[in-house]
Write a protein that binds this ligand. Structure first.
Ligand SMILES: [Zn+2]
Length: 131
């Protein structure tokens, strides 16, 4: 994972923090760490280490990393379905986009029921299912 990928993950994580961490002090800690990395005061690898200290955040990061790999093979193979690890069932990837027209924030793909879409980092609005 390169620095840019770590930062993109961190921005995505920031959007789902209220769902991940019940403790507002922990959320503030992580937000501060992400903001420091954004300003270049914290290296992405140090940021990743801090984020991964929280079990909930670590699990989310691992999920995204797996999803990123799946999305990659999904787009290159042009397959309509993505096989899920450890099961015979498959669901179509659902594409989520920013509700603001013309927004350039990249799409996010939900591949498991129960995954919460992140917020657009430009408009701070929850991504919605693409029509
Ligand atoms: Zn947006």
């Amino acid at each position: 994972m390169n620095d840019e990928q770590i930062l993109n993950l961190a921005y995505g994580l920031r959007g789902v923090l209220p769902d991940l961490l019940a403790d507002s002090d922990q959320r503030d800690d992580l937000r501060a760490a992400i903001a420091a990395a954004e300003r270049g005061e914290l290296s992405p690898s140090d940021l990743f280490r801090q984020l991964a200290q929280h079990p909930e955040a670590r699990r989310w990061l691992q999920d995204q990393t797996v999803d990123a790999n799946r999305t990659l093979s999904f787009s290159s193979a042009k397959a309509p379905f993505i096989p899920l690890a450890g099961g015979g069932s498959a669901i179509a990837a659902q594409e989520y986009v920013c509700p603001e027209p013309g927004c350039t924030h990249p799409s996010w793909f939900r591949q498991r029921i129960g995954q919460t879409p992140p917020e657009c980092q430009i408009h701070h609005k929850r991504l919605i299912l693409k029509a």
